[in-house]
Write a protein that binds this ligand. Structure first.
Ligand code: UDP
Length: 472
């Protein structure tokens, strides 16, 4: 019997990266017959949520956690983006060791890297393994990354000070202030290291991207034209966590049994991804808005933070009780209307539950794809990373989300929140986004059903890898 070909995948820290990487590993192992090993750098020892995702892995997928590499000062002081970039750089010797021991036993068909691990391309080249990038976000964000070296050469000012929105080919125009976080300060270290990583993306033999043709065909085609000089693109999404494949139910049974007792399509799910946090004032206003709306809600509450919108991104949240930060009497007053859960909910299950009728989201790309796959319309509340760009894409281009307006200090007040919730569940604007979301759900299902565009893209890549690894 022929030995199974192997692929190594390098993740970066953070659930939003780990979840799609693990799902990609499953597609490659279960549908394309590769043996896969996931190499996982960590900031701290693996969290409960990380272990939950890893423990559910089927046979055919192995994993190795790398040792933590940050100092206590860096863990306490550095912002999450810097922590990730330091971790990736300092983990390279460990990555090299793992890859070396793998190629010593059998040749690898590919080394797949998360885009922010593009430094590891050199390790792939050293061991003669074809390097590929997996980009877990969308074509608008990828377009910005691939155009960034040119923008850096041609634009003299901070991008946020540009008088006109940026028009990337095939994409909706985006204001400089809405571009992703790492490029908001061109003098900062984060920008410099980000720019260096984006320049390296072109060295890969191909880029897999977690989107699909019917969602972002124009942006993808514009990146594929020869003059752009990009490596081949493989739009293989939506790659999302499948509820049944994780052991999230261990922690989430309360949410699901509560949802079981609510009317169909009545519940607004409120969650800010794996790390989003609100200020103290904003947490209060959100509580007020939910209460005033009289809509059913399921809210994943985090400890507020006045400094950072991603304060919980890389922290271990299991040790604190964030519900103590809610306004006095809120939980009692809204008993019957809503359920609040601390820090983490089984989101894949919640979004696929028939009682869920809307999702107030921080616009992380995994959350968006999970919502599309379940046809759940959105309220866009971007916080960090590329989420402001995603919000513009959702509201102005795809038209599947409503967005509340903030005041001049950036605060969204309770009345505005109530208005937008009522708009989503009862208004004409809600009907429009609902129907658009239904269309996108069907398009997403087509993309990943037999013969669909994403399935074809992944099997085209799989055959290419197999034929190169096993030349005739
Ligand atoms: N997630 C979850 N429960 C939570 C919060 C997040 O299962 O309470 C999952 C969510 O389903 C998604 C991922 O974590 O798969 C978050 O990824 P996303 O890209 O939406 O945001 P990020 O956390 O990277 O900002």
């Amino acid at each position: 019997m022929e030995e199974q070909l192997r692929i190594a995948i390098l993740a970066t820290p953070g659930m939003g990266h780990l979840i799609p990487i693990v799902e990609l590993a499953k597609r490659l192992a279960l549908h394309n017959d590769f043996r896969v090993i996931c190499i996982i750098p960590v900031i701290r020892s693996p969290s409960k949520a990380m272990k939950g995702v890893i423990e559910g892995l089927p046979t055919g997928i192995d994993h190795v956690f790398l040792p933590p590499v940050l100092t206590i000062e860096e863990l306490e002081g550095a912002q999450p983006g810097i922590q990730v970039s330091l971790t990736m750089t300092r983990s390279l010797p460990f990555v090299r060791d793992v890859l070396k021991s793998l190629v010593e036993t059998t040749p690898l068909a590919a080394f797949v890297l998360d885009h922010s691990a593009s430094d590891a391309l050199d390790i792939a080249k050293e061991f003669n393994v074809p390097p590929y990038i997996f980009f877990p976000s969308n074509a608008l964000a990828l377009s910005l990354l691939l155009h960034l070296p040119k923008l850096d050469e041609t634009i003299p000012c901070e991008y946020r000070d540009l008088p006109e929105p940026l028009q990337l080919p095939g994409c909706i125009p985006i204001h400089g202030r809405d571009l992703m976080d790492p490029i908001q300060d061109r003098k900062g270290e984060w920008y410099k290291s980000f720019l260096r990583l984006t320049k390296r993306l072109r060295l890969a033999e191909g880029i897999m991207i977690n989107t699909f043709m019917d969602l972002q065909g124009r942006a993808i085609k514009a990146l594929e034209v020869d003059e752009a000089g990009n490596p081949p693109l493989y739009p293989i999404g939506p790659i999302i966590q499948t509820g049944s494949s994780t052991n999230q139910l261990v922690d989430g049974s309360e949410c699901l049994s509560w949802l079981d007792n609510q009317p169909s399509g009545s519940v607004l799910f409120v969650s800010f991804g794996s790390g989003g946090t609100l200020s103290y004032d904003q947490l209060n206003e959100l509580a007020l808005g939910l209460e005033l709306s009289e809509q059913k809600f399921l809210w994943v509450v985090r400890r507020p933070d006045n400094e950072r919108a991603n304060a919980a991104l890389l922290s271990d949240q299991s040790r604190e009780d964030p519900l103590v930060f809610l306004p006095k009497g809120f939980v009692e007053r809204t008993r019957g209307q809503g359920l609040v859960v601390p820090s983490w909910a089984p989101q894949a299950h919640v979004l696929s539950h028939g009682s869920t009728g809307g999702f107030l989201t921080h616009c992380g790309w995994n959350s968006i794809l999970e919502s599309i796959m379940n046809g759940v319309p959105l309220i866009a509340w971007p916080l960090y990373s590329e989420q402001r760009m995603n919000a513009v894409l959702l509201v102005e281009d795809l038209k599947v989300a409503l967005r509340p307006k903030a005041d001049e200090k950036g605060l969204v007040d309770g009345e505005e929140i109530k208005k937008v919730i009522k708009g989503l569940f009862l208004g004409e604007e809600g009907k429009i986004v609902h129907s658009r979301m239904k269309d996108l759900k069907s398009a997403a299902e087509r993309a990943i059903s037999a013969g669909g565009s994403s399935i074809r893209a992944l099997s085209e890549l799989a055959s290419k890898l197999a034929s190169k690894a096993r030349p005739l």
